[in-house]
Design a protein around this ligand. Sequence first.
Ligand SMILES: C[S@@+](CC[C@H](N)C(=O)[O-])C[C@H]1O[C@@H](n2cnc3c(N)ncnc32)[C@H](O)[C@@H]1O
Length: 349
Amino acid sequence: MADSSSLSRDRDDATSFSWASTRTAVEQDPSLLSWGSGSQPSVPSVDDDAQTETRSISGSVRSSTMSIDSSLYHFVEENGRTYHRYKEGRYFLPNDAAEQERLDLQHQLFTVAIGNKLNITPFSHDPLRVLDIATGTGIWAIEFAVQHPGSQVLGTDLSPIQPQFLPENCRFEIDDAEDEWAFSEPFDFIHGRALMSCFNDPAAVVRQAFANLAPGGVMEFQDALFPMSYVGDTPVDSALYRWNEMMVEGVTRLGRSWSNVKNYRRYFEEAGFEDIVEKRFYWPTSPWAKGLYFKLVAAYFQEDMLAGIEGMSLKVLGGLGMSTDEVKGFVEEVKRDFRDTSVHAYLTV
Ligand SMILES: C[S@@+](CC[C@H](N)C(=O)[O-])C[C@H]1O[C@@H](n2cnc3c(N)ncnc32)[C@H](O)[C@@H]1O
């Protein structure tokens, strides 16, 4: 969709871009931000017979059958945020309402970035059994289930933060993807997105996924590569640059890697996958880059980071010795760089 050479600076339009102009652009060309397949939804009209309608669709939506020890809902509280209780401490980002909202926004970012799609892998028919590991709020799994009525979709996560009312063909389980996989049947499609902070041994997760795929099955991972890159000179004195360096270092100390996406192809090869396809996308930090596609992606990415950067940084920079107040102060500086269109930074995904 884009290569880094097309990520050039926009001299005319960088500061004038806003969510309002994004909305206008999308209104004029819905294909920029399609809500599903094809055209836009029509304006809803009042249902005079809502009761009957509700009864007739009740068979297609059900309450989750997920049976969870209620103590797992008693999340761990720290720094005014909450964290998962099951396998406490395994994952360093929060799981509270603010983080859930961010994950749902980030879902839009990923889908817009790859062309208003949930996945890049083409399917000629609905894959029968689908697994979404580390599903977060489950938004990808639910949308995939809706778009693929012939699929049975399972999402797993450490946190029970998924909605209760689900499409018939979607369900969730609490599970650590680094434990031995004990699924009763193999899957036809395994999906994982934004997993870079999740695993001590991502290669082992890829091996388990391979072993749990049916013959001809497919796996798709989407993930980001840190530290960020820059068009032109690298602003080594900026808070954004320092934040990138410190996060990569801090995450490594926590036993994870924010640069692991470079190794994904090798992990896939070593696990036994064939026909491996790698695609790159670029997310500018602000509307500094030319073209509406990049402005849209940047609008989502900037919002995602402004909402998420504190939650990402608290434990990681805390691990490097910064106090909570120092982290919060530093994060405000980094946010300023995210809004500054003279900082030409982008993330490779
Ligand atoms: C950044 S979120 C991504 C969520 C989702 N994949 C998406 O793209 O919207 C990472 C998720 O991974 C979950 N997670 C972290 N470590 C995990 C593990 N070892 N096993 C299962 N889930 C894990 C977290 O609880 C969190 O919900």
